[in-house]
Design a protein around this ligand. Structure first.
Ligand code: SF4
Length: 368
């Protein structure tokens, strides 16, 4: 199929649904089913909002993976941020992080107890806070995937240029390709293909998925966030399944390129380096994080302020880890929609606007 210009066009969406039905039937006639994982919080929400699962044949399953940056943040990270706030630092963070449970509490409670925790929409807010109050340490909670790692690196570059001595980052950046490899290495996930994220792919480029596609013979198709984008991506995966292929295909060419965003990648390479990272409920994935290089240790909150991110304690009964590995659906968790709701979340997958449990609660809940 040609590149789609009308990515919001209902007629195109209908055609794609029909194509997917035909592809599903052909696969079914060969006794095959396909289990597709999307690894992107925006895909998770769009899939729920537009009812895309209900449009798929029975032998094509679409599951959500660890694509929500808030959801994969370990409770120990929240504990460290709360410790810094308790010690008098100004904490600047994206909004969802405030309600993510730590081992015993969250940053909202920390703020209610007098901690200076400020919600931002951009890392630039941390710069503004540091400039405005040179006498106080400002700590930016540097979580997220490659899409936020690039602005995080830019934040450090600006701080260095301006000689800002009161700004640091508590880093928990994650990178997507090592997570895909770890998921494929777990036979219980039974993933047939990946619907690769849009924004992350715009930064890292399509080529970044080639090692996982080749090593595990798994189709990796990059798709945008609109319903037609997602259907177009799914039809691309099914075409590969029918043809016995396992390659990277970019179906988001209006934004993502083969080599990614050279400027963003250069900024990241200059300031950040791969580190092992803890993914909440999943565990340590080697080289799946990005930390500040030693030469920028003056901007690294752990090294500069002596705080340590220790393993945290997950709420008993929260099945976020299995949900993010696609092993369980949110409704399989005993707390779902009972002890865990968007108003009173027990786990991060219910906190974030991009969380799998929040999407299921909002769009797919039929009864409790
Ligand atoms: Fe965790 Fe709540 Fe989801 Fe259960 S429903 S897995 S407690 S976030």
């Amino acid at each position: 199929m040609r590149y789609i210009d009308g990515f919001r066009d209902p007629v195109t969406a209908e055609r794609l649904v029909r194509l997917i039905a035909v592809q599903g039937r052909e696969l079914g006639a060969r006794g095959r089913s396909v289990r597709i994982m999307e690894v992107c919080g925006s895909h998770t929400m769009a899939v729920g909002r537009y009812g895309i699962r209900s449009l798929l044949p029975a032998n094509v399953e679409l599951i959500s993976g660890p694509g929500c940056p808030v959801c994969v943040t370990d409770p120990g990270y929240i504990d460290a941020a709360a410790e810094l706030a308790g010690g008098g630092a100004v904490i600047v963070t994206f909004g969802d992080m405030v309600r993510v449970p730590g081992s015993v509490s969250d940053l909202a409670a920390c703020r209610a107890a007098g901690g200076d925790v400020r919600v931002c929409y951009s890392p630039a807010a941390a710069l503004a806070a540091a400039r405005a109050d040179p006498g106080r340490e400002v700590v930016f909670l540097a979580v997220g995937f490659e899409t936020t790692a690039a602005p995080g690196a830019s934040l450090v570059a600006t701080a260095v240029r301006e000689g800002l001595g009161n700004l640091s980052l508590l880093t928990a950046f994650k990178t997507v390709p090592p997570a895909l490899e770890a998921l494929m290495g777990d036979p219980e996930t039974a993933i047939s293909a990946f619907l690769c994220p849009a924004h992350v792919s715009a930064i890292i480029g399509a080529k970044a998925y080639e090692p996982v596609a080749a090593r595990f013979r798994v189709p990796c198709v990059i798709a945008g966030f609109e319903p037609v984008d997602i259907l177009y991506g799914i039809s691309g995966i099914l075409a590969q399944a029918l043809n016995g292929e396992a390659r990277v295909e970019n179906r988001y060419t209006r934004v993502a390129r083969a080599g990614g965003n050279a400027r963003a990648l250069a900024l990241m390479a200059r300031h950040l380096e791969p580190v092992d990272a803890v993914w909440r409920g999943i565990g340590v994935i080697p080289n799946s994080g990005l930390g500040l290089k030693a030469e920028f240790s003056g901007y690294d909150a752990e090294r500069k302020l002596g705080v340590r991110i220790k393993p945290g304690i997950i709420q008993p009964g929260c099945a976020c880890g299995d949900v993010m590995k696609g092993k369980r659906r949110p409704a399989d968790c005993a707390l779902f929609a009972r002890a865990c709701t968007p108003d009173k979340p027990a786990g991060p997958c219910m906190v974030s606007a991009e969380g799998t449990c929040a999407a299921a609660f909002r769009y797919e809940l039929t009864s409790v």
